[in-house]
Design a protein. Structure first.
Length: 516
């Protein structure tokens, strides 16, 4: 096991999130996108790798989702809820492996980038201490691991997740949440994530939203509504080897993340609704889970966003896809919405030469008309999953090898509408470095517009996160490690005029130790 780095970077990826809101109009409230002028773009040169047209021959339409209604409870203002008393944490939940592995490929990576063309560093706008050993007030003491008092160490793995809004940065880790201003000032000191659900009973009997910190937290900023979405799973039956499991969901009532929230819980039959990933879309908050115990495979869900924003009873609609794993939902970047009625998108890895795209159309009036359609299989440059999806990433002795999560796409699947074109970007961890893609026309005839693998030296780079701004610039952040280096955070980027498939703007690595 490894401890998380004791700092947070609101770095280039965060900077893009800030410039996104500014460049697309900023502020809060809804925006139709109908009269927004498309920016003048200078697309990259044609990629030197082409996989041919997308394949829809295996695509099917699934109807009649499973439905459930959850009834809200309104929290007190988060800033006014006293921190919860220490609790005995239950067994930590490592991400469970893909039950459908695919065979490795033997061809070289045709889009491997082994150079960093610009030497200067891409500097962070802000760099400040996040949840970790150096931010006072130990909410997760682990004396069995020799951790000192005065820490905020989380469970292992930490599952660090954070997002910026107009004025705040909110970070969640396994069990905990903290809130900062965008200048790095602590606004809400880290506390148990369950604190937000203090006194909560909820819709589904047996949920442990108010009593346990089971983890897999995610925080999103819904810029269309100026609201915050905070969630973690609840696994009260995990140790008994049975279901049901639950998802605790909170949606802020205003743009202040320290204020009151509308609280919900949703129930699933599986023992564990593992690795939940979420995305903001105009018609829903879309979700995906990897189900284990009583059910196996992926489940995709839509939560009724409009009802949750209003604090009303809200439905979820779910499709179980037992032959799939690691489906990642699209998340809207910018203020230009998708065309009216456009479905939410999901991607997953199909094999070492292709990825699969799915579409979720939700109908809240007539649930039987909701559909989950796919796959559209898109050929990509060949690759091998890092560590075959297992653990092999080195770190400085005496540390153990680190998990790769190379068997699934990495959060987020970022969507941008540029007016004249629509674009998705995402990445996953492969042998060599983070492999990233840009897919255009996802709701028409999808095409892989560009892709690359960033590996300028022999350090391990993996578990990336990617986004693009309104100028079509792309930032890619990731973890960095080697047998001689302390695990670190790194990032690189490209501008729209860089050669296709190339991160052309250099690299920065920030660490609490040598980057070797």
């Amino acid at each position: 096991m490894t401890k998380q780095l004791g700092f947070v970077l609101v770095a280039l990826v965060g900077a893009l999130a800030v410039s996104c809101s500014r460049g697309d109009g900023g502020g809060s409230g809804s925006h139709s996108g109908a009269t927004t002028a498309a920016p003048a773009l200078q697309p990259p040169t044609v990629p030197n790798w082409s996989g041919g047209p997308a394949d829809v021959s295996q695509s099917v339409v699934t109807r009649h989702p499973q439905t459930q209604v959850a009834y809200p409870t309104v929290s007190a203002a988060f800033r006014d809820i006293p921190p919860a008393a220490p609790i005995e944490e239950k067994t930590e939940h490592e991400p469970l492996r893909n039950p459908f592995p695919f065979a490795p490929v033997k061809t070289p990576d045709p889009v491997l980038q082994t150079f960093s063309p610009i030497s200067q560093q891409l500097m962070a706008i802000q760099n400040f201490v996040g949840q970790g050993e150096t931010l006072g007030g130990c909410i997760f003491p682990r004396p069995d691991m020799g951790e000192p008092a005065g820490c905020t160490t989380t469970g292992d793995p930490p599952d660090t997740n954070g997002v910026v809004g107009p004025n705040h940065f909110v970070q969640t880790v396994n069990g905990g949440i903290g809130i900062w201003s965008k200048t790095g000032t602590v606004v809400l000191t880290p506390r148990y994530l369950k604190t937000l659900w203090t006194g909560y009973v909820g819709t589904n009997a047996g949920n442990a939203c108010a009593t346990q910190n089971d983890g897999d937290p995610v925080v999103l900023y819904d810029q269309l509504a100026d609201r915050w979405f905070v969630t973690q799973f609840s696994l009260p039956n995990y140790d008994a080897g049975t279901g049901p499991s639950f998802q605790c969901v909170a949606v802020s009532q205003t743009g202040d993340p320290t204020g009151a929230y509308n609280l919900y819980d949703f129930q699933y039959s599986a023992q564990i609704n593992d690795y939940g990933k979420f995305g903001v879309w105009p018609d829903a908050y879309y979700a995906s889970f990897n189900m284990f115990g009583g059910a196996t495979g992926a489940t995709v869900c839509a939560y009724d966003r409009a009802k949750m924003l209003a604090g009303q009873p809200a439905a979820q609609q779910c499709f179980a896809k037992s032959s799939l794993f690691g489906l990642l939902p699209s998340n809207l970047d910018g203020m230009i919405k998708p065309p009216n009625g456009e479905p939410g998108f999901f991607v997953t890895l199909k094999n070492g030469t292709s990825i699969s795209l799915y579409k979720f159309h939700v109908d809240w009036t007539t649930p039987a008309s909701s559909t989950f359609t796919g796959p559209t299989n898109i050929m990509v440059p060949s690759y091998n999953q890092l560590c075959g999806g297992g653990s092999c990433v080195p770190q400085k002795s005496p540390g153990n090898t680190l998990a790769s999560l190379g068997d699934r796409p990495m959060f987020h699947l970022s969507y941008r509408n540029f007016g004249t074109l629509e674009s998705l970007v995402f990445n996953h961890s492969i042998t060599g470095g983070p492999r990233w893609y840009e897919i255009r026309s996802p709701n028409g005839t999808p095409v892989l517009f560009q892709s690359g693998t960033f590996a300028p030296d022999n350090k391990s780079r993996w578990m990336g996160s990617i986004s693009q701004d309104q100028a079509q610039d792309i930032a890619l952040g990731y973890s960095v490690s080697s047998s001689t280096a302390t695990p670190a955070i790194g990032w690189t980027g490209r501008v729209a005029t860089d050669a296709a498939g190339v991160m052309g703007q250099g690299e920065t690595i920030v660490s609490t130790g040598p980057v070797g």
